[in-house]
Write a protein that binds this ligand. Structure first.
Ligand code: BGC
Length: 749
């Protein structure tokens, strides 16, 4: 990846950043460039900008103004050519820059120059636990977005994973708010350095697909602040995100795109957001409420664009005096400020970007290579030792399945998607014969529509029966080969936007297939490719080697082969808890999923491992878990002092020693417990992490900084963050269930 120039000019950065609250400085190294106030003869230059914007608005008709505030095609607003104002152009999304969509329908536009790099989906990026890779992803996809002339990239998708059944779990990062924000900030900075705005989605409390169009989400204020909002807040205050997407659902009785509390009070007044709020597609329900409560741009699905709430209806309401034109101007002004900041109006000096390049494919490779999670490796069976291996059986539909496109959600049209089978073909020496058998069929019973992610309550209904001849072929391949590798799991037709899964069961009869293959070849490696947890308890008991991979981008197959063959030492860690069974997960244990008209998040702050650890429920694989081909040991855990005041920063240092036979990366995870709290607290919470490379046989000193304010809880009565004085235990380990060292500190007022 070439060195990136900070494209954001002082002036454009100033427009947004100077007014964002800066009081919550973090120690994260990847941040937007420092902004400097630019003045001309003592007058801040923003005034010059503002007056230019004001004079443009003064020249506009109400029709021109509203044209800037709603979709005039599927992914753009309307230009005002006579004033030199272009469309505001947008594209999905989380897996890379989406193919060009027709102007007036969801059909592909059929261009032949809209190929893009397919990057690992959110779960894959999160499993790297590597903030530098998040920045790399951002810069890389930002370059692609600007090369395709997009002003707004509809990404990152950062909703908290509340239920393992969530249809969009593969797109989102994690169940943990700290990991979520630490990955979100550098991603945004990377994208926006390319004069492209992110659109942070889906704001907020959009944690399920079931009833997403109307479900009224009830979350207590503390859980909202501690679990569901931190990454959104960091997106504003630490990364200066230019835009947010209002979610489909309701929150406390009001749709998110007309929710005054969430859009005006929290986002703008409290956090200081200066960007624009764009609706999710067809998420607007009321012109006046949305205009008054902070929604700037309405986007939607096909219907005549003048029928949008922000089109003829808005013009009519202004003309009849129901809405003041000055209120419309507020939104137009924000859109124009964004356009100037992105240099989309005066495009001199705007970034040019590049797309579909080898550099970008290699960026996708780097992320994929660090995302693969080694769950089990009895007797160090992996990496495969090729001495004496003449044949490998490759079994499973997932060995060939492509996931750049699929299901209901946005994907990427790409020239390169290396499948797991191709990855092995690329990496294995010619002397090894690959015996491929498909093993199972990807089949659905609720017709073709389901494959396209038909919006149903339970999503695609799978046919879970194996074909006897295919099973036979797979068993034969396994028996006659030295090693067998099964590629199982799910895909993007099955895990899809618009529906949650009905269960955690592996679809298409795969469990039976895996069991049968394990019976005939003990030298079998099971690889699950999926974006969300599955019930793999039985498989995990029966197999001796288990790997987890993701919808992992253009180079996913090469990265996976490199891990299996030992060219890459695995360093991925689960970004969520793998439960033994669904009922162990908090939303299900409390019977508070999926609700109907409304859903009440009764587990409160105890989301993900916070629930499992506090209630002492053993997960199958804990949050933060992942093996390596080597072993690491933590030692010498120390803090720079033993007592701190609430405005201080704790310096934590320790050593990581690589005691095994491979060089590799480990993710040191720092959890904090507050055993003497007066309020309910989770057994432990992640408050720091660092991915470190340590050479075989060497050790390394690591220093982490932990601002004491990170230990605060949200006090609902005082409506503020409070750090309780008293004793805290800092716990260092490599998963939420494997803590190696502890140190006690005291916090004083
Ligand atoms: C999704 C968004 C997406 C939008 C445009 C909606 O259905 O929820 O994430 O950005 O469509 O494709």
């Amino acid at each position: 990846m070439k060195k990136h120039v900070m494209y954001m000019t002082v002036l454009s950065a100033f427009l947004f950043a100077s007014s964002c609250k800066q009081n919550e400085k973090e120690t994260e190294p990847i941040k937007p460039k420092e902004t400097v106030e630019v003045t001309y003869q003592g007058v801040p230059i923003t005034n010059a900008y503002d007056s230019k914007i004001d004079s443009l608005i003064a020249l506009m008709t109400i029709e021109e103004k509203t044209g800037m505030l709603h979709g005039n095609s599927m992914f753009a607003t309307k230009a005002i050519e006579r004033l030199g104002i272009p469309e505001l152009t947008m594209a999905d999304g989380p897996l890379g820059v989406r193919e060009e969509i027709s102007r007036d329908s969801w059909a592909a536009a059929g261009w032949d120059n809209d190929f893009a790099t397919y990057y690992p989906a959110g779960g894959g990026l999160a499993a790297t636990w590597n903030t530098e890779l998040s920045y790399l992803f951002g810069t890389s996809v930002g370059e692609e977005a600007i090369a395709r002339d997009k002003d707004v990239l509809l990404s990152p998708a950062i909703n908290i994973i509340r239920t393992p059944l969530g249809g969009r779990t593969y797109e989102y990062f994690t169940e943990d708010p700290f990991l979520n924000k630490k990955l979100t900030v550098p991603f945004i900075v990377g994208v926006q350095e390319n004069d492209v705005a992110v659109c942070v989605k889906h704001y907020a409390a959009n944690n399920q697909e079931t009833h997403r169009d109307y479900v009224d989400v009830q979350i207590d204020e503390r859980a909202l602040r501690e679990i569901y909002l931190p990454a959104f807040k960091a997106a504003v205050q630490e990364a200066q995100a230019y835009s947010f997407m209002g979610a489909y659902n309701k929150f406390r009785g009001e749709y998110l795109c007309e929710n005054g509390y969430m859009l005006n009070d929290v986002l703008r007044d409290e956090w200081g957001f200066k960007g624009i709020v764009i609706s999710d597609w067809a998420a607007v329900h009321d012109t006046k409420k949305s205009i008054e409560n902070g929604l700037d741009v309405e986007m939607g699905t096909p219907k005549p664009f003048n029928e949008f709430y922000y089109a003829d209806a808005l013009i009519e309401k202004v003309k009849s005096g129901v809405i003041a034109e000055a209120d419309v101007d507020v939104h137009v002004k924000r859109v124009l400020q964004l356009m100037f900041s992105l240099k989309s109006i005066d495009d001199a000096g705007r970034a040019k970007g590049s797309i579909n390049t080898e550099d970008h494919f290699q960026d996708a490779y780097k992320i994929a290579a660090e995302s693969v999670v080694l769950l089990k490796n009895e007797n160090n069976q992996l990496p495969i030792k090729l001495d004496g291996v003449k044949s490998i059986a490759v079994i499973g539909n997932n060995a060939k399945k492509k996931n750049a496109l699929g299901g209901f959600g946005a994907g990427v049209k790409t020239k390169r998607e290396v499948t797991p089978l191709e990855g092995l073909q690329n990496r294995l020496p010619e002397s090894v014969t690959i015996n491929y058998a498909e093993g199972y069929l990807e089949r659905y019973s609720n017709d073709e529509k389901a494959k396209l992610g038909d919006i149903t309550l339970n999503g695609p209904v799978t046919i879970d029966k194996l074909e006897p001849d295919m099973l036979e072929e797979a068993i034969k391949a396994a028996k006659s080969s030295d090693v067998a590798i099964i590629f199982a799991g799910s895909n993007r037709d099955y895990e899809t936007e618009a529906s949650d899964r009905a269960s955690l069961k592996l679809p298409f009869g795969q469990e039976e297939l895996i069991e049968k293959v394990l019976e005939v070849n003990p030298n079998t490696i099971v690889v699950i490719i999926a974006g969300a947890p599955f019930d793999i308890q039985n498989i995990s008991q029966k197999s001796s080697v288990l790997i987890w991979s993701w919808f992992n981008g253009s180079e996913g197959g090469n990265a996976l082969a490199d891990v299996i063959l030992g060219n890459v030492n695995p360093s991925g860690k689960l970004p969520w808890t793998m439960p033994k069974k669904l009922e162990d997960s908090p939303a299900h244990a409390t019977h508070s999923f999926p609700g109907d008209e409304s859903v009440n998040y009764t587990e409160g702050i105890l989301v993900g491992y916070r629930w499992f650890d506090t209630k002492n429920i053993a997960p199958l694989y804990p949050f933060g878990y992942g093996l390596s081909y080597t072993n690491f040991e933590f030692s010498d855990l120390k803090t720079n002092k033993s007592t701190y005041k609430t405005d201080e920063v704790i310096q934590v240092s320790f050593k990581v020693k690589n005691t095994g036979d491979f060089s590799g990366k480990e993710v040191a995870q720092l959890y904090v417990s507050d055993p003497e709290s007066y309020v309910e607290k989770a057994a432990k919470e992640l408050k720091g992490f660092k991915k470190v490379f340590v050479k075989q046989g060497e050790d390394q000193e690591v220093v982490m900084t932990l601002p004491v304010k990170e230990l605060a809880y949200y006090n609902e009565v005082k409506k503020s963050w409070l750090v309780e004085p008293g004793t805290y235990i800092l716990k260092l380990g490599n998963s939420s269930r494997h803590i190696e060292k502890e140190v006690v500190i005291e916090i004083h007022k």
